[in-house]
Ligand binder design. Structure first.
Ligand SMILES: [Zn+2]
Length: 471
């Protein structure tokens, strides 16, 4: 049944005013974000600092891990004035919090009922258990909703999720099933799911042909899986029956090359949603300047920290370091997500929200060279496209780090690819990665998805994350 017109009518007239009047965090959050985005940058900074101070005092008093950390470096949580004070604290890594979990990483003064147990699958080789703060969960619905507007779609449009089979929402407990039914009735929200590693262009076309009858839809997907499908759809010259309103890419680096092929094949704008399980909803593409990401300053303070420990200036890259203002149960303060990004400058759209110029690579996608460099998926992609000039010769690629000093570049060749180009590419890439790295270029017929449904640009050595945790 086509319910979309009903909800398009009901939402602004009935559901939203009612939800706001009842003080439901979904609506109050969405409205607050809608207003705050236009505040000046220094006003938003002061707002974040006002949220940071109580978090630091709370963690310093009630969370043993931070209590000890602050004591060790002589940090007085009460003296912190602003965001800049975070630079006086060492970074905390996944390995640190994994060691401290649960007793030392969790606030002693908050009832256990507020702990929402979470776990990441360990695609970076390091499975990790942690707690969300249940008190912060309802506001996430509001952020999600607000960001759907940024992406150019709406909550009552069908959401087509293309992700791993183990994706969070698929593990439907009776409680979550009831909550999904409630949201569907209240908001008209409908979700269709496809497993990224079992989806072909044909069954995607079939699903779209079915759901388009209900009205507009949008896609949330891993960038890699979607780029593969987009290439297939383009090669077969058989587009989907209806274009999605928007594509929201998440969990993987969206490279410029992937964004281009996805945009062409799906005929839709792409938003980049940047989040990690530990600290969700970190940033999303600006609706007006799509290559810029705006930070969710209402929840997260984001720093980009250079290798020398200093904060990166706009245009410089470094590690993404986040502080979650909303999780009091298990605080994440100055937490290195493992991702790399380039710091941004104020956005020309006029929003005061802080920016990231781009996400350079997720934790799982880094080549580590014997001379100590970390090459991200985006850095590799830029080298291959603009220096080595692979585009006429290579349809898709994946770098596999098989040993500390060996990288194999798997390529799906175009008809123009030949042995001479293979040797040139080997030589160029060898120069880029340094004399201590052995490089081979290996033509293959396809690049398979990982069991998780993701397709990594870089398949790293199963690296101990602790090793890159150097402060
Ligand atoms: Zn902007």
């Amino acid at each position: 049944m086509r319910t979309e017109p009903l909800y398009r009518w009901l939402m602004p007239r009935v559901i939203e005013p009612l939800g706001a009047r009842l003080g439901h965090p979904r609506w109050t959050t969405a409205r607050r974000l809608d207003t705050l985005q236009w505040e000046a940058a220094d006003a938003l900074d002061r707002r974040a600092a006002a949220g940071l101070r109580p978090l630091l005092e709370h963690a310093g008093r009630h969370v043993p891990y931070y209590r000890d950390l602050f004591a060790r470096v002589g940090f007085g949580a009460g003296d912190a004035r602003g965001i800049a004070d975070l630079a006086r604290l060492p970074l905390t890594t996944k390995a640190d919090l994994r060691d401290a979990f649960p007793a030392r990483a969790t606030a002693e003064n908050i009832p256990e009922s507020r702990r929402q147990p979470m776990m990441t699958s360990g695609s970076t080789g390091l499975p990790f258990q942690f707690f969300w703060d249940r008190a912060a969960v309802p506001a996430m619905g509001g952020t999600d909703w607000f960001w759907l507007g940024w992406a150019g779609t709406a909550p009552w449009h069908t959401r087509l999720v293309l992700a791993s089979p183990a994706y969070f929402y698929e593990r439907l407990t009776p409680r979550r099933r009831w909550s999904a039914l409630r949201t569907r009735l209240m908001l008209g929200e409908r979700i269709e799911r496809l497993a990224a590693d079992r989806t072909s262009a044909d069954n995607l076309r079939a699903v779209v042909a079915r759901i388009r009858r209900r009205g507009p839809y949008y896609i949330r997907a891993y960038a890699g899986a979607l780029a593969g499908l987009a290439a297939r759809i383009e090669a077969e010259a058989r587009p989907l029956e209806a274009a999605p309103r928007a594509i929201i890419s998440f969990a993987e680096t969206l490279t410029p090359a992937a964004a281009a092929v996805i945009g062409r094949a799906f005929r839709a704008p792409i938003a980049n949603y940047y989040s990690c399980w530990e600290v969700p909803q970190i940033a999303q593409s600006c609706p007006d300047v799509p290559h810029v990401l705006h930070v969710n300053a209402e929840r997260v303070i984001v720093r980009v920290v250079r290798a020398d420990g200093k904060d990166a200036a706009p245009g410089e890259s470094g590690r993404v370091v986040v502080t979650d203002l909303a999780n009091l149960v298990m605080p994440f303060i100055n937490y290195a997500t493992g991702d790399q990004a380039v710091a941004g400058e104020p956005c020309s759209c006029g929003r005061g929200l802080p920016t990231l110029a781009r996400i350079e690579g997720r934790a799982s996608e880094v080549i580590r060279t014997p001379d100590g460099r970390e090459i991200s998926g985006v850095a590799l992609g830029q080298f291959l496209a603009f220096v080595a000039g692979i585009i006429p010769y290579v349809r898709e690629y994946q770098a596999v780090q098989g040993a500390l000093d060996a990288v194999s570049l798997r390529v799906v060749p175009t008809p123009r690819f030949d042995d001479a180009f293979r040797l040139t590419l080997e030589r160029e890439l060898g120069r880029f990665l340094g004399p201590d790295m052995t490089v081979t270029v290996e033509p293959v017929t396809e690049i398979p998805l990982e069991p998780s449904g993701k397709r990594l640009i870089i398949k790293p050595l199963a690296a101990p994350t602790a090793a890159l945790a150097g402060r």
